[in-house]
Design a protein. Structure first.
Length: 386
């Protein structure tokens, strides 16, 4: 009996090592990424000088249902109906020019079920992509901490997304965006994948605005403290900002989208900077990122938008030395199950103007929820009131 137990243990060890080896082979950083196929039309302001962004965060989507027993996953053919219905209704009502997914787009419930190209997480990303592609909706995304919990890497997911016509992003520069990937050091769980600089043009082709999308990473390899945007990413942003200024002859007004909130969000709230929404804490990165000070000092990025905190809808202003920046958290758009028909779903609308100003507000499937619009810079509010 003892020999049988020993033999069973050895077999289990061999199987586990084989699975891990396969997973490593599928997610190796040495694998050459596929280039982005260029040809995405430039994003432009409309004839009235408006451009609308819809920010959707924390889908936590995964097209599988856990059953009793190890590896007993019931595969699903569609996203959760509540999510699909809400996203479609928001697209119908608000007609955005660009959708930005704010991270934690998926949440893998079973590591081993994700190993193959037909794994649940890959299928889920394809279904998310098709949700926008069937509507010919331009969209992009950043990744969150839960996106890195699959057996497949964020690079694997990004390779899938680059196959889609209306996805704006990739591993390399495209016709109408700049891109970068940054290798993580030994302290981090995974690479910083999906960093974009996306210009918004006027009707005559001039760059009037810019959207930065930066991967805030996930966890450190030991424990679960959240990472922050790195020095290398910050230098890339600064290079992009200087390039745009050199090409246009002016500092280009910009917004930044990432997943994990900065420590400065908490500081803005504690300083009395709340403008609208509900503040419920932020679960910030464990270190202060250099990106905030770089953006604040440079002055082109006037608004930063986060996900991560599902019930937080706070819109805040960070003010110092006569300068200010808007910091906003978008609450979750997450269905709890395939049967869920009642969980409130949320998104954030951001309306840009060619003069560099913007207005933002949170929308909800809860018809009783109040819509609190904030115009920025705050001098826009003052002018409107006069």
């Amino acid at each position: 009996m003892k020999k049988l137990r020993t033999l069973t243990a050895v077999l289990l060890t061999v199987v586990t090592l084989a699975v891990l080896a396969f997973a490593f082979a599928k997610t190796s950083r040495d694998e050459t990424p596929l280039p982005y196929s260029v040809g995405t039309p430039a994003l432009s302001f409309d004839a009235e000088g408006g451009f609308r962004i819809l920010h959707l965060c924390d889908f936590h989507e995964w097209m599988g249902i856990e059953k009793e027993g190890f590896m007993n996953i019931e595969h699903q053919e569609n996203l959760k109906p509540l999510l699909t219905d809400y996203v479609n209704s928001a697209l119908n009502e608000y007609s955005p020019d660009l959708v930005v997914l704010g991270g934690d787009n998926i949440f893998s419930l079973n590591w081993l079920s994700d190993l193959s190209d037909d794994g649940v997480s890959i299928k889920t990303y394809r279904a998310i992509a098709e949700l926008f592609e069937t509507r010919e909706q331009y969209w992009t995304c950043t990744f969150g901490n839960h996106d890195s919990e699959s057996a497949r890497s964020k690079a694997d997911f990004l390779k899938v997304l680059t196959e889609y016509e209306y996805f704006v992003g990739g591993f390399e520069d495209g016709e109408n965006f700049k891109a970068a990937v940054f290798e993580a050091d030994e302290s981090a769980k995974d690479d910083f994948v999906g960093n974009y600089s996306i210009p918004i043009h006027t009707a005559d082709g001039a760059v009037a605005y810019n959207v930065y999308v930066l991967d805030s990473g996930s966890y450190r390899s030991s424990g679960h403290p959240y990472l922050s945007i790195t020095e290398e990413q910050t230098e890339w942003y600064l290079d992009e900002s200087v390039r745009l200024e050199s090409e246009t002859g002016r500092l280009v007004p910009s917004l930044l989208f990432t997943h994990i909130p900065f420590i400065e969000v908490q500081e803005a709230y504690e300083a009395g900077g709340a403008l609208a929404g509900l503040y419920t804490g932020i679960s910030p990165a464990d270190t202060r990122s250099p990106i905030f000070e770089a953006c604040f000092t440079r002055g082109d990025v006037t608004g930063v938008f986060f996900g991560h905190n599902h019930y937080n809808s706070a819109t805040l202003v960070y003010e110092r030395d006569g300068k200010e920046m808007l910091l906003a958290v978008t609450p979750a758009c997450q269905a709890q199950s395939y049967e869920d028909a009642s969980t409130p779903m949320h998104a954030r609308v951001i309306d840009l103007k060619t003069d560099g100003s913007f207005t933002t507000y949170v929308i909800s499937s809860d018809e009783s929820a109040e819509t609190e619009k904030v115009a920025f810079p705050r001098s826009v509010n003052a002018s409107a009131a006069e």
